[in-house]
Design a binder for this molecule. Structure first.
Ligand code: FE2
Ligand code: FE2
Length: 254
């Protein structure tokens, strides 16, 4: 059974990808882009949690959601300010093509959050798993950020809040659904798994599409180019006389 923890250990998957994360975050321009995107994700998540505070009928949850939303807005500001500070030191020259977003996503997965129409228990289960994932990833991001102490300090500070979010959502889930909270957690896990699969499938489809289009360009286009050139050689240069049957006076539109 999940139980509240004072800190989150990164998952084996996130630990395994630590070298990839280190490589992604090492590039200064990529770091700026990622911090900006993280800032947007945190702010959007905060907005959705604010909506959850509006729709819940539970007064304690409303207060906790409000505090949670304020935290997420603050995280957004922290990420954006750090990105601005990095930009002022070394202005971005171009957008690096590879951001590795499906390997190093914006923390929560809160972008999937739909506050309207969700029950409190389903919302808490979703939030708990999202915050747990964020705490796991932010632990790895903090650990691979030795080369950038100010950014590392931001991850450290945010990680503290994400651990609180992870714990309070689990405690509240056990309060509002004492008998069914495990079922809600499993349902939320399956939903996240399905969305993760869709994200991966979309990324793979993009890669496969690029490969197939490149192959088509180099294999299917040359014969058409060759046929066009051959047809061009058969054409007479300059003006060609029109046959007398087609050369009547223009007395109709077509
Ligand atoms: Fe956050
Ligand atoms: Fe959070």
């Amino acid at each position: 059974m999940d139980s509240p923890r004072s800190h989150e250990r990164p998952t084996a998957f996130d630990r395994m990808l630590a070298p990839v994360h280190r490589w992604i975050w090492r590039n200064a321009e990529r770091r700026v882009q990622k911090l900006l995107r993280f800032g947007a994700t945190e702010t959007d998540g905060g907005r959705d949690i604010l909506r959850a505070a509006e729709v819940t009928s539970d007064p304690l949850l409303r207060r906790l959601y409000l505090e949670h939303a304020i935290d997420e807005f603050r995280h957004g500001v922290l990420f954006r300010r750090r990105a601005a500070a990095l930009l002022s030191v070394s202005p971005s020259r171009s957008n690096p093509s590879f951001q590795g977003d499906w390997l190093a996503p914006g923390g929560h997965g809160l972008d999937d959050l739909q506050a309207d129409g969700e029950s409190d228990d389903a919302m808490l289960a979703f939030l708990h798993l999202s915050e747990k994932a964020a705490a796991s990833r932010f632990t790895v991001y903090r650990d691979v950020m030795q080369h950038d102490p100010p950014t590392r300090a931001i991850f450290e500070e945010i990680l503290h809040d994400e651990t609180f979010h992870m714990n309070y959502t689990l405690t509240q889930l056990a309060r509002v659904a004492p008998r069914r909270h495990r079922r809600h957690l499993w349902r939320a896990r399956l939903s996240r798994l399905w969305k993760g699969y869709l994200r991966l499938a979309t990324a793979l489809a993009g890669i496969l599409g690029s490969i197939i289009l490149t192959i088509q360009y180099f294999i299917m286009l040359p014969p058409f180019a060759w046929l066009a050139k051959r047809a061009e050689r058969r054409e007479h240069a300059g003006w060609t006389p029109v046959s007398p049957e087609r050369n009547g006076s223009l007395d109709r539109q077509y």
